[in-house]
Write a protein that binds this ligand. Structure first.
Ligand code: 3NM
Length: 230
């Protein structure tokens, strides 16, 4: 069933509402123009049509101008259907008034990012273990990207996979939603959700396909099935 996010702007002001909004997300698409078969805008369009409720624009190879132009397009495609976040680039997120940013341990401290973004925006932080997860929650992250769950070739410095059991450990230590990332594919995604991930994140498993819509739908369906059973 298609969830209606028309209330997302009024919802985001409140921590509890942001928290429950993010916990409802089953599948989370991160873009990668280097890996994409059909291009970022096509991938975003197909994923949103399939029911994906959150898109993260992750672009490492384009100029700021190109990124701003593309980010405006992605924001338009997402509309009220999906949350739109920008990876790393707070300037780009602010320029297009995105719904938020996703940052890493080496990026700007989250407290500084919060000052720039404002209280109503979503800030996600990548963490790799329980200690970083507790810190992230304390410093005001709205959700965690936890990874890399499995080995992945998509992010060169991702390190070895931490394994799905670490999702459960992190989940037991914090209350904000967990988006599990890294090496997730159709074969291994079930165990990720069974270990407590609130949402699955995939790049290559989706954007390397010639049918992004079908692959996105596959992931959404499997997460919904497992969540409804538990
Ligand atoms: N961050 P794929 S792993 C962007 O561990 C990213 O923080 C990671 O791509 C982390 O789904 C990763 O193709 C790449 O493995 C995920």
């Amino acid at each position: 069933t298609q969830k209606n996010f028309t209330q997302k702007n009024s919802n985001k002001n409140n921590f509890n509402q942001k928290n429950s909004l993010l916990k409802e997300i089953d599948f989370y698409l991160v873009t990668d123009s280097g890996l994409s078969k059909k291009g970022t805008l096509s991938d975003v369009t197909e994923a949103v049509e399939a029911g994906c409720k959150i898109i993260q624009y992750r672009e490492k190879n384009k100029s700021t101008k190109e990124m701003v132009d593309e980010a405006f397009e992605i924001k338009r495609i997402c509309g009220e259907r999906a949350i739109f976040l920008v990876n790393d680039r707070i300037d780009v997120a602010l320029a297009v008034d995105a719904d938020g940013v996703h940052i890493g341990q080496e990026d700007m401290p989250i407290e500084t990012a919060r000052k720039l973004m404002g209280a109503d925006k979503i800030i996600g932080l990548t963490v790799h273990n329980v200690k970083e997860a507790i810190e992230a929650e304390k410093s005001g992250a709205d959700y965690l990207g936890l990874g890399s769950i499995f080995d992945t070739a998509t992010k060169k410095d991702a390190g070895k996979g931490i394994g799905p059991a670490s999702i459960r450990e992190v989940k037991n230590a914090i209350n904000i939603p967990i988006a599990a990332i890294g090496g997730i594919n159709k074969e291994n995604c079930k165990i990720v959700v069974e270990n407590g991930a609130d949402s699955l994140v995939a790049i290559s498993a989706v954007v390397c396909s010639d049918n992004v819509k079908r692959e996105t739908k596959y992931f959404i369906d499997i997460v919904q099935k497992i969540k409804n059973r538990s």
